[in-house]
Design a protein around this ligand. Structure first.
Ligand SMILES: Cc1cc2nc3c(=O)[nH]c(=O)nc-3n(C[C@H](O)[C@H](O)[C@H](O)COP(=O)(O)O)c2cc1C
Length: 249
């Protein structure tokens, strides 16, 4: 039996004058077999549906429709509604950080289905708060994941969830082993800090000049005193004047 044969037989019944059609979900027939765990042993993977929870215009699709639709989706076996919004060019809502989280929260609360929040969730603590407060079951990342494909692994470290003994245990094995080894080395060395080398500063002119590329000086006269002027800083918009080792400006 195919969907076409079902549709075809329904049409035949209508043309034959029947007022009612009945779908047979009983007595071990095919549809009954889909319902019963005695015969249906499928272990389906979770199924997510992405919705535009609102169009973003008061005359468009609204959150109430999405709540009702999400409840219907749950009834047919959908596990999670991924809550986005917009799509028809009008968007009259504010679109700040986590702007779609309230949609995920309302759909989760009212349709009693799992939700995923997306949209300008950019920070581990922000993402954690969405989950911890029960506004959504999952957080989806778009642009931040393009910017930092390891965002979830970095978040794990920032949130202190990573193992202190193997901070990179969840990274891919090729990178994680090396990074954990390096972490041990960095602990031995202590935090990195710029070195202050007074003798070298004297030779260079001032401590800022640690960053200097090849010497490129002109001299400037201020109050009858001659100062060296580093051209590279001038071009970078940071002008600095020196008298010997002393940075004057
Ligand atoms: C590469 C890329 C392509 C996208 N394409 C679309 C799209 O065609 N339509 C749409 O509504 N959203 C699109 N989005 C938005 C995402 O579906 C997602 O909701 C959004 O990026 C999540 O917010 P975030 O990027 O601030 O984390 C896209 C995002 C990215 C990063």
């Amino acid at each position: 039996m195919t969907p076409q044969t079902l549709v075809g037989s329904a049409r035949c019944a209508l043309r034959a004058g029947f007022d009612v059609r009945e779908l047979h979900y009983a007595h071990g027939f095919l549809l009954n077999a889909f319902l019963s765990p005695l015969t249906n042993d499928r272990q389906d993977k979770p199924l997510f549906v992405r919705l535009s929870a609102v169009d973003g215009s008061s005359s468009g699709w609204t959150i109430d429709g999405s709540v009702a639709f999400a409840a219907a989706l749950k009834a047919v076996g959908v596990d999670v509604v991924d809550c986005s919004s917009g799509g028809f060019g009008v968007y009259e809502y504010p679109s700040g950080y986590g702007f779609q989280v309230p949609f995920a929260a309302q759909i989760r609360r009212e349709a009693k289905i799992g939700t995923m929040a997306a949209g300008l969730i950019i920070d581990p603590w922000q993402a954690e708060a969405v989950i911890a407060s029960g506004q959504a079951n999952l957080v989806a990342l778009g642009h931040v994941a393009l910017r930092d494909p390891h965002f979830p692994l970095h978040a794990q470290q920032k949130l202190g969830i990573a193992s202190p003994n193997a901070a990179y245990a969840d990274w891919n094995i090729q990178a994680g082993w090396w990074l954990d080894n390096r972490e041990t080395k960095l602990h031995q060395l202590g935090p990195w800090a710029p070195t202050v080398d007074a003798a070298a500063d004297n030779r260079r002119g001032c401590s800022l000049c640690q960053l200097r590329v090849a010497g490129f000086f002109t001299t400037t006269r201020i109050n009858n005193q001659e100062y060296k002027h580093e051209q590279t800083y001038l071009r970078a918009g940071i002008s600095s004047y020196h008298r010997g080792a002393e940075q004057v400006h």
